[in-house]
Ligand binder design. Structure first.
Ligand SMILES: CC(=O)SCCNC(=O)CCNC(=O)[C@H](O)C(C)(C)COP(=O)(O)OP(=O)(O)OC[C@H]1O[C@@H](n2cnc3c(N)ncnc32)[C@H](O)[C@@H]1OP(=O)(O)O
Ligand SMILES: CC(=O)C(=O)O
Ligand SMILES: [Mg+2]
Length: 361
């Protein structure tokens, strides 16, 4: 297998294409809000959603009917050309690389709206070869259209092979912006025995030990607590490590039980705590949940600021509220404080909330 030299990563893959980025900008992307550009009712709402969500994503893949693929592509071009997105990012999810639609997706979108597209989400990525294919094609199309900044690539982790190859996918191109969990396709590909789009499962549980009778045997009809476990913990943790290793960003993905806003919030929060920077929103109701969960809480920022202030030059150990804080807990606090600062730049309500936190001794 041949390998590129390190410096090859800093050269564009086509003459005249924009220079690859050396760092992926940490732009807030708490919610990636999906819409079907072929659905007129949905599409009509998009201009008014600018500024209310960090990312608007025109979806061309699954959930768009086969008969509507062309209308979705054309609808996205129309919305992108006629909308000023301000601080909101514009992403798209193209059709899968083995579909008859993807080539037209790319050759239409890049010349028409390439200057406005921040990120292209590629579904069902299996390995580095899929990223290399899109990488070269994007460079050729960018060069031909005279695009000034490289369009970034986001891969969905939704095949068993993709999970096995997650490291090489993250490192396959300087365009790699991040990864999302694709729990529905991943479950099918792994032959998991579930029928859901993300979330937990009541059958995937751990049960409290049974009390024992005088004969020493378990009392099977005794009431016992059960604890539902997280089906997605392994994959999310693996995805977070791979992304952190390569300086790109991990995202939860879709939560299909739209009406269960409580369980949705739990799944999002687990992903936030594990290191994800955002999630998907499939319905407007999920945007507020994502914005709340993926913004550090007032309590966390108040505590983090106290640790930062108490740690002075950042070395040594101090006691705060009975707990030891040192260089490592300071670094965790800085993750939260820096995220809060980034979010405050684009979210005036959040800025006011963080600014109002009293400084404690
Ligand atoms: C596994 C995966 O690949 S996940 C990613 C692919 N799936 C998607 O992208 C799904 C996107 N979302 C949707 O298609 C829809 O939200 C559905 C099918 C889940 C629910 O749609 P509805 O039953 O119409 O929801 P509901 O009746 O609550 O909609 C309320 C309003 O919000 C609008 N709306 C619903 N979803 C969205 C959305 N994602 N973006 C913008 N507006 C929306 C509806 O058009 C409706 O408008 P109206 O009040 O003018 O009639
Ligand atoms: C996210 C996605 O596409 C899936 O879960 O299949
Ligand atoms: Mg999928």
């Amino acid at each position: 297998m041949s390998h590129k030299s390190a410096k090859d990563f800093f050269r564009p893959l086509a003459v005249g294409a924009p220079l690859p980025l050396r760092e992926i900008p940490a732009r807030p992307s708490r919610a990636i809000h999906f819409f079907d550009p072929s659905n007129e009712k949905m599409a009509a709402k998009i201009p008014d959603m600018v500024g209310t969500v960090d990312v608007l994503l025109g979806n061309l893949e699954d959930a768009v009917k086969a008969d509507n693929k062309v209308a979705a592509r054309e609808g996205l071009v129309k919305i992108a050309q006629s909308t000023d997105f301000g601080p909101t990012q514009l992403w798209t999810r193209i059709n899968s690389l083995d579909s008859p639609w993807v080539l037209d997706d790319l050759t239409t979108l890049v010349p028409a709206i390439g200057e406005k597209l921040d990120v292209i989400m590629v579904p069902k990525v299996q390995g580095a070869e899929d990223i290399h294919y899109v990488d070269r094609l994007l460079a050729q199309l960018e060069a031909k259209a005279g695009i000034s900044k490289p369009i970034l690539i986001h891969a969905i982790l939704e095949t068993a092979r993709g999970v096995a190859n997650v490291e090489e996918i993250c490192g396959a191109s300087p365009r790699m912006q991040g990864l999302s969990l694709g729990p529905a396709d991943l479950a099918a590909d792994r032959k998991m025995k579930t029928t859901r789009v993300g979330g937990g499962h009541p059958g995937y549980l751990v049960r409290e030990d049974a009390p024992r009778g005088e004969d020493g045997l378990p009392i099977l009809d005794a009431q016992r607590a059960i604890f539902q476990q997280d089906l997605w913990h392994y994959t999310i943790a693996k995805m977070v490590d791979a992304c952190a290793t390569h300086g790109i960003y991990p995202y939860y993905g879709p939560f299909g039980d739209i009406k269960d806003t409580v369980a949705c919030e739990d799944q999002f929060r687990n992903a936030f705590l594990l290191g994800c920077v955002g999630t998907w929103s499939l319905h407007p109701v999920q945007i507020k949940i994502a914005n709340r969960v993926f913004s550090p809480s007032v309590e966390d920022i108040a505590h983090a600021r106290r640790v930062v202030a108490a740690m002075g030059d950042g070395t040594g150990a101090v006691m705060i509220d009975g707990k030891m804080e040192d260089d490592a807990s300071l670094k965790q606090c800085l993750v939260l404080v820096e995220l809060a600062e980034k979010l405050a730049e684009i979210d005036p309500d959040l800025k006011a909330t963080y600014d109002a936190i009293p400084t404690e001794a």
